[in-house]
Design a binder for this molecule. Structure first.
Ligand code: FAD
Ligand code: NAI
Length: 475
């Protein structure tokens, strides 16, 4: 006997759980299947993001930032501390509590929205009259059918060939989020988003962190001016960043790892470290879906092949989030989930890839939306640039955090905002204003003429917009 639904969502990460909730809001009888288990074997919806990604990393970034502030900056405020210690077990426990709050929150939201949740692995078994049959393998095996299926099975960390993750010494994002004691030495392969965020956490807590990056440029996708500033600041903070390396061998012992590589000049080098984080990108996760049973098409890189509307090659089968093309970001997955549920309901769901913001939660934070200066140059578009440093912002001075800048890029003729790039305090929050502005096709003049609260970091955004016409008021 199978249970019939209108919509089945496979995966309850940000793409899947949000798609399920939106589908239920639109009146569809909706099921969501997810296999993630907590340490007691119970359901832990929320996917990579909630369990081993966005949420736990931000919890540890906050704990380690507090430690760093207490150790290095409280004294500037006249606050004296002696014998500063870090209880790593407690810090990890707090992180686990934050994760559980989010898991429980999603289960609550499923109940509130009448989404039927199934804990286990969802696999296609066959196409049936007017839809698909999906089996749930878990504690309580089940068989479900629905006209529409939304695949939101996410991604997994990419391993370095010959260096499988053991999560003891060679760590993926999972192991990197639960190192039981601060390692004396930490190696990081890949200076992307995970490498920089997790490297920052353990550096702030006292580890000597060495980053090995294959590309000769640092943060190649980031606006060059911002990436240069970031490199300068991170090196000053103590991160050792080696660019243009080629890893030749990784050998894991019981208590240490040895990484052989050639440096930018071609010389052979060796890095010995207690722990090694490998953060060289992620691969789509379609294991267990049984895509072959229904003829679901994957592309040459293993992603579920979709068109601009997240439609797969199969009628009424959709796919969203990390398992399809595009940036691997939680908010991109969520937007696609909402858009697909609305398209199923006959509405015109839409995701604007030009206004998906990016944030790297280091200190200072890096955030951007739209095009970089190097992209504009490459496309030959005439543009104007305006920059305002946080050094000249009153709130940043009061906070004691004046590193960085806001940079505006606008069309030379129409003044339409084409990109906004921030490195500095609370960049993750500040970028939202520019996302809204770009969605409304605002000009830099629009931002420059809007009243911003004083003293606030957001005044730096207004001033950067003013800088486009060389009329900053405070710099
Ligand atoms: P996932 O979150 O991966 O969820 C997929 C779910 O499907 C999982 O629960 C999985 O168990 C389940 N599943 C898979 N196959 C099946 C099956 N056959 N049956 C049942 N269930 C199945 N993004 C940001 O935007 N901001 C951040 O700050 C951020 N920080 C990150 C930090 C780290 C360390 C990492 C690793 C990632 C981070 N990301 C961040 C990226 C973000 O986590 C992903 O983009 C996001 O989780 C993708 O959502 P998703 O729903 O597509 O997939
Ligand atoms: P990434 O794509 O951000 O960075 C990977 C880095 O590893 C690149 O710089 C790449 O050049 C380098 N690299 C690849 N192969 C290498 C090799 N063999 N040797 C040395 N360097 C090598 O990937 P990362 O950091 O693993 O994160 C995966 C994704 O997760 C990100 O792209 C992002 O989409 C998401 N994420 C988002 C976060 C956020 O929004 N704040 C935080 C963390 C992850």
């Amino acid at each position: 006997m199978s249970t019939a639904f209108d919509v089945i969502v496979i995966g309850a990460g940000p793409g899947g759980y949000i798609a399920a909730i939106r589908a239920a809001q639109l009146g569809f009888n909706t099921a969501c299947i997810d296999e993630w288990k907590n340490d007691k074997g119970g359901p832990a919806p929320g996917g990579t993001c909630t369990n081993v990604g966005c949420i736990p990393s931000k919890a540890l970034l906050q704990s380690s930032e507090n430690f760093d502030q207490a150790g290095h900056h409280f004294s500037d405020h006249g606050i004296g501390l002696s014998n500063l210690t870090i209880d790593v077990a407690k810090m990890l426990g707090r992180k686990n509590t934050v994760v559980k709050q989010n898991n429980d929150g999603i289960l609550y939201l499923f109940k509130k929205n009448k989404v039927a949740f199934f804990h286990g692995r969802g696999s296609f078994t066959k196409a049936v009259d007017g839809g698909y049959e999906v089996a749930v393998a878990g504690d309580k095996p089940d068989v479900l059918t629905a006209k529409h299926v939304i695949i939101a099975t996410g991604s997994n960390p990419r391993a370095l060939p010959g260096a499988a993750f053991d999560e003891e010494t060679i760590l993926s994002n999972d192991g990197a989020l639960r190192i039981p004691a601060v390692p004396k030495t930490l190696g990081v392969i890949g200076s992307g988003v995970i490498g920089l965020e997790m490297g920052s956490v353990w550096r702030r807590l006292g580890a000597e962190v060495t980053v090995l990056e294959a590309l000769p440029v640092f943060l190649g996708a980031v606006d060059e001016q911002i990436a240069k500033e970031a490199h300068k600041v991170f090196v000053k903070q103590g991160l050792k960043i080696n660019l243009g390396v080629k890893i030749t061998e990784v050998r894991a012992g019981k208590k240490a790892v040895s990484v052989s590589y050639t440096d930018e000049a071609g010389a052979e080098q060796k890095l010995e470290c207690e722990k090694l984080i490998v953060s060289i990108g992620r691969v789509p996760n379609t294991t267990g879906l049984n895509a072959e049973a229904v003829g679901l098409k994957l592309d040459e890189r293993g992603f579920v092949a979709v068109d601009d509307d997240c439609k797969t090659n199969l009628a009424n089968v959709w796919a969203v989030g990390d398992v399809v093309r595009g940036p691997m970001l939680a908010h991109k997955a969520e937007e696609e989930g909402v858009a697909v549920a609305e398209r199923i309901a006959g509405q015109h769901g839409h995701v604007n890839f030009n206004t998906v913001p990016w944030v790297i939660y280091t200190s200072p934070e890096i955030a951007w939306v739209g095009q970089t200066e190097q992209q504009l140059k490459a496309s030959g578009r005439a543009y104007k640039a305006g920059v305002f440093p946080f050094m000249a912002n009153g709130r940043a001075r009061a906070l004691g955090d004046t590193t960085g800048m806001v940079k505006f890029l606008a069309d030379a003729r129409t003044d339409e905002i084409l990109g906004v790039h921030i490195i500095g305090p609370m960049a993750s929050e500040l970028i939202a204003e520019s996302v809204v502005a770009m969605e409304f096709k605002a000009s830099s003049e629009d931002i420059a003429r809007i009243c911003h609260a004083h003293p606030s970091l957001s005044e730096a955004t207004k001033e950067a917009a003013l800088a486009i016409d060389k009329r900053t008021l405070n710099f």
